[in-house]
Write a protein that binds this ligand. Structure first.
Ligand SMILES: NC(=O)c1ccc[n+]([C@@H]2O[C@H](COP(=O)([O-])OP(=O)(O)OC[C@H]3O[C@@H](n4cnc5c(N)ncnc54)[C@H](OP(=O)(O)O)[C@@H]3O)[C@@H](O)[C@H]2O)c1
Length: 262
């Protein structure tokens, strides 16, 4: 039977690539969620075009324009999605910001916690029981390598991703043998993230992976039943170092690097 994936933040970057790879290469039906509907419509048209050229029936692609920082929009997403059986949930939508916390806008920072933490929690709470009841399903929660240490000058973002990593790994062990919950930690990746976070012309020396590399590695890890995916060898090494050195020291090192960019 054709599998159905729900992807939040599917209008750009990593989420868009999940949509392409699952829709084109793996033939999933897709439920794509983001605020920018016109972006989602273009992605749907792209995926369908490939099938039509090959004279094959395209998968079902259902688009939901929603701001998942809002409770009523999240309920709208779950109501719409309940028309389908969700086999794969990808909690990917997220954003960050860089700078001194005291100079930030409160709404921007508080909404970040809602989008990066509360929305995945809400969607896991809604879809996980249904997957458990079937003993079948996969959830991918997109955290970040930033989650492995306190991150001065991206304080809220780093803490939000640490919440998601710990929450997701804990859920993974609560659901062993029933539902595969994958904690996905990309490192720096080409996307619109850096523009939204105000990092566009900063940290340009940091090597970035492509969204194609990140998504393909992650879906291969899903096929292998992995619970934790850190993309790329360098990112794996940095994540390992961050977990073995004292948090106070890693925060000091990050602070020295990030201060210049704040
Ligand atoms: N790029 C990196 O270097 C990197 C590294 C580690 C982790 N990550 C994580 O990877 C995930 C994807 O980020 P990306 O790099 O692909 O960034 P991106 O290109 O900026 O994409 C972010 C996606 O999230 C959606 N989104 C943001 N706020 C939303 C809201 N309130 N409601 C609904 N959708 C919302 C955006 O859609 P709309 O604007 O259309 O709503 C967009 O589709 C994020 O969780 C990010 O934290 C990224």
């Amino acid at each position: 039977m054709t599998q159905t994936a729900l992807i939040t933040g599917a209008s750009a970057g990593i989420g868009k690539q999940f949509a392409y790879e699952l829709g084109i290469l793996r033939g999933y039906n897709l439920i794509l969620v983001a605020r920018r509907l016109e972006r989602l419509e273009a992605i749907k048209a792209d995926i369908e075009e490939g099938y039509l050229i090959e004279k094959k029936k395209p998968p079902i692609i259902h688009l939901i324009s929603a701001d998942i920082s809002k409770y009523k929009d999240r309920v709208y997403v779950t109501n719409e999605a309940d028309r389908f059986q969700i086999d794969l949930l990808i909690n990917n939508a997220g954003y960050g910001s860089v700078g001194q916390f005291t100079n930030s806008e409160l709404d921007w920072e508080a909404n970040m916690v809602i989008v990066n933490c509360i929305a995945p929690l809400h969607f896991c709470h809604h879809f996980l029981p249904k997957m458990r009841a079937r003993s079948n399903g996969v959830i991918i929660n997109v955290s970040s390598t930033i989650s492995f240490q306190p991150f001065p000058f991206m304080a809220t973002y780093g803490a939000s991703k640490a919440f998601l990593r710990n929450f997701s790994l804990a859920l993974s062990y609560e659901n062993t043998g029933k539902v595969l919950v994958i904690t996905h930690c990309p490192g720096p990746t080409e996307s619109e993230f850096h523009i939204v976070a105000g990092l566009e012309h900063k940290l340009s020396y940091v090597p970035k992976m492509t969204a194609e590399q990140v998504v393909s590695q992650t879906l291969t890890a899903m096929d292998r039943g992995r619970r934790l995916v850190v993309n790329g060898r360098l990112n794996k090494l940095l994540a390992l170092i961050a977990t073995v050195i004292p948090p106070n020291l890693s925060a000091r090192i990050v602070s020295l690097i990030m201060k210049k960019h704040a």
